[in-house]
Design a protein around this ligand. Sequence first.
Ligand code: ASP
Length: 327
Amino acid sequence: MSLLRRALLIAAAPLALAGPALAQSAYPNKPITLVVPAAAGGPTDTVARLIAESMTKTLGQTVVVENVGGAGGTIGMAKVARAAPDGYTIAVWHIAQATAPALYDGLKYDVVSDFDHLGRITDVPMTLVSKAGLPPKDIAEIVAWMKANQGKATYGHAGIGSASHLCMLILMKELGIKMEGVGYRGTGPAMNDLISGTFDVMCDQTTNTTGHIKDGRIKGYAVTTKAKVSSVPGLPTLDGGALPGFEVSAWHALWAPKGLPKDVTDRLVAALKVALKDPKVVERFAGLGTEPVAEAQVSPQALKSYLEAEVKRWDAVIKAAGVKASN
Ligand code: ASP
């Protein structure tokens, strides 16, 4: 080998090494785990999988959903809070992030300071539903039935402090009744048991109830938002009849452990924005009674402020209602 060629090879060696090394450090260079702190097949899982599919296309790496259900989502969110802040562990969760401090005793993380807040996703209405075999035909009849059967009647929920639990706690408080709760790792498995008639009633998101109401596998009575919901147009609002002022819905958002590098945050937020404009996501959301939040809400600052306001709001509501996760 000539002296000149050897000199050129030696000079080129660091460049050759730098190429792959630089490429490797570009985020993301391996699959991303998207924690869903509830069981597969439920409403959060549905939202998360739609987002994951779109983000996979944008980021060029697979976003893999990992279901870590239990204890109203606090097991999964504790796992995320402890994970490395490198963008390879993120989470889709919902309103329970804001209600957990007031409802759930012994939380092992701070819902605001232990997370990086990436952006809101959607705000999902909830529905009061029952197993198909229950006699009531409308909201007035189910309210009368729950009153008449308290002590015997049972409701399903996704664990202490979950959205389905919160909704039912408030509903029972407003009606002045008590029913027996049956806890699951998410309302995916709870829905299977409602369909097979293991318990009587549930309050869950339209993303989990719409299809089953339409197919007659369960009965729907009312929605929990102030406005009626297009995917279940026949259902009245609780606010407009049985329970004036009643309003609960399950907003969802994307979180990461505290301390993400800025470029990683930027990539994730940009990919989330793309997902919320993805025609497949928008169409599926619409069919399930929801829609992406406005783009201005899809930002770390907007989510952090929203979460802080929601923590305060729910702390007051939960204290005023005198409900506790153990109720
Ligand atoms: N819908 C559940 C809840 O009540 C969570 C889930 O299974 O997605 O919080």
